[in-house]
Design a protein around this ligand. Sequence first.
Ligand SMILES: [Mg+2]
Length: 299
Amino acid sequence: MAPKNLAEVPAEEVAAFVKSFDNILFDCDGVLLLGEDIIPGVKDSVNSMKEMGKEIKLITNNSFRTTREWNEIFEDVELEFTSHDVIFPTKAVIHYLQAKKFNKKAFVLGQPAMVEELKEYGIGVYDYKDCPKLKHVSDLEDYIGDDLSIGAVIVDLDFNLTYPKLMKAATILKRPDVHFIFCATDKTAPFGENYKIIGSYFIGETLEMITGRKPVILGKPSVTYNNFVKKNYKKIDPARTLFVGDSLMTDMLFATKCNYQKLLVLTGTTSYETMMSCSKEVSPKYYLRSLGDLHKLLN
Ligand SMILES: [Mg+2]
């Protein structure tokens, strides 16, 4: 059945839908936020849900903020959340490595916030120095070698990724005891009106192909990531939980795999046309043009 616009169904249907869940899991980018800005109306919608007694948590693939920076953005946009309310991949990575009693260094293909957060929680991080411009194949050798102090390769979106750094990751992963962790597997992310960010999917996929290794995935749509979510938010009953996201292959697929109810919003990566032609596996029952419209349906 084609997704229905929640704003166009009868009031009784909206009421029945809202009654069908106690917990809401929101994705952040493209749902609550666009860059550093809150999407219009979202604050009212979130507050309406809280007033109705819904328990709200945030599940993102965005590791571009540290715990401190998550607290700052919530304060800036006046959303009543703290870093305790948000699960982001770096948190899951820290938990994963601590559980493995990891005592080597991590080689991080990720943004500075991820590196900072890992260090903050006592995970050693290999200090990769950018190399000069290389002219010949023979110049590569000094920059791509293994280092036995490294025990994990962590892959996320890395705006400063270089060819030698990628090659070094592949070299390190030849050792089978090295943890291979892949965070955000998104193919794209929204970025202003004129661009789409090329997602870290292509970085992790390249390493998988070259090394033949299978990573542990600690980001949506992985069920392993959901196990970490469940550890943190014990009250969640999937049948009584709504997942709200903007991406079909990240959010809606995650919700399907974890048996959450689904609501898609069109303020992020998915267009109306793409949603209407998507597979049954990721198709939501309801969608909204924007989460900012939700509070208007409740009054
Ligand atoms: Mg999103």
